[in-house]
Design a protein around this ligand. Structure first.
Ligand code: 5GP
Ligand code: MN
Length: 358
């Protein structure tokens, strides 16, 4: 808590830390051109990239000098997004990125809430002098590192929060079709195509607003879901046939993928996204997990239905976290040991898993 500023706020008898002021605090400065960096979590998904580029289009029109930096590479199904060609991959452009981070007046941190999720960018971000601004919908934010921000776990996506930010700051007119496509892609992918409970009336109003701005939504669905390789489809067939284990006593499914499968089917970043959801289509399955041997680490994804909290599960057993019904994590154990860890964790969670109620 060293970096928390202590003060006596008005009307308070107690000493309280000043942490992360409301995002409205920057509205007045939005028309004052600045050097801006927008960043997101490693291996950005549709929401991470969509929210970053949605904001990029607005801030650029407001006259800011904006750079979007991704901590790592990303799935090729995101390359169609307007502005994606300008996104800098930190791992490939470390020196240039460090310079931009160092010089930035504002650093927007989107779709993650602990700096560790930016992998090698954590230290440069910590050291940066610019104000860090959080916009995110995950649980347990590291609020003390952000000067301004908004964290709302009730939101479908960070892209929805960027839309809210644009509207609330009076910049709705700046939403071009390019910005609309990015925002829509983020909301659509993170809401499971408008299926998850987080799909509120506000989300549907947002879609109506974007449609009025000229959004062709079917183009976005096609760009994201219909540009994969034959290999990927055959890989999914192999996974469902040979790598899926079911533990009916625990209403649980596990997919463990050895690295050899990734090599055999020439699997690229993003090709495994969404796979974890397949077992949830089996009646009664409450927890679905995938563990992928990526070589340098074993990457885990957790999805649940109803009252099973995978944010806590991922945090407790796999150094991760996320949302109540969708979370991730990683481990450095070999795949077989990671599977054993998972099975032990599942057994410890029997009470929460065995009952199936919605
Ligand atoms: P995915 O399984 O798609 O990688 O992630 C599911 C959700 O959990 C996403 O919202 C993602 O940002 C979050 N998440 C994934 N991995 C981690 C992790 O290691 N730590 C935390 N805190 N969140 C994660
Ligand atoms: Mn998100």
């Amino acid at each position: 808590m060293d970096h928390v500023l202590w003060t006596f706020p008005p009307n308070s008898l107690h000493l309280r830390p000043i942490i992360m002021q409301a995002i409205e605090g920057i509205f007045g400065e939005l028309t004052n051109p600045k050097k801006v960096v927008i960043t997101t979590h490693q291996k950005p998904d549709g929401d991470a990239m969509g929210s970053s580029l949605g904001l990029f289009h607005i801030l650029t029109q407001l006259g800011h000098q904006v750079s979007v930096i991704s901590p790592t590479n990303w799935a090729s199904f995101l390359n169609w997004m307007p502005g994606c060609k300008t996104v800098i991959d930190y791992e490939k452009n470390k020196e240039r990125s460090d310079g931009l981070i160092n010089d930035a007046d504002w650093i927007f941190c989107l779709d993650f809430n602990t700096l560790g999720r930016t992998k090698n960018m954590e230290q440069p971000l910590l050291a940066a002098g610019g104000e860090k601004i959080l916009v995110d919908h995950h649980q347990q934010p590291q609020t003390e590192v952000f000067a301004y921000g908004i964290s709302d776990t009730g939101k479908s996506s960070t892209a929805e929060m960027i839309y809210d930010f644009i509207i609330a700051s009076g910049n709705g007119d700046l939403i071009t079709t390019d910005a609309a496509e990015c925002i829509y892609a983020g909301v659509m992918t993170d809401s499971g195509s408008f299926r998850f409970p987080s799909t509120t009336a506000n989300v549907h109003k947002l879609v109506a607003f974007l449609k009025e701005k000229g959004l062709q939504h079917s183009k976005v669905h096609e760009a994201i879901y219909d540009h994969f390789s034959e290999n990927r489809l055959r890989f999914i067939g192999n996974v469902l046939l040979n790598r899926l284990q079911l533990f009916y006593e625990y209403n649980t499914a596990l997919i463990a993928i050895p690295q050899a499968d990734l090599i055999k089917y020439d699997i690229k970043t993003g090709d495994t996204e969404g796979l974890v959801n397949y077992p949830l289509s089996i009646e009664g399955i409450k927890l679905a997990t995938i563990i992928i041997d990526r070589g340098e680490e074993r990457k885990c994804s957790f999805r649940s239905k109803g009252d099973f909290d995978v944010n806590t599960f991922g945090r407790t057993y796999f150094n991760g976290g996320g949302h109540f019904n969708a979370a991730g994590g990683q481990t450095y154990q070999p795949l077989e040991e990671a599977v054993e860890t998972f099975i032990a964790a599942m057994k410890e969670s029997k009470e929460q898993l065995a009952t199936y109620k919605f």
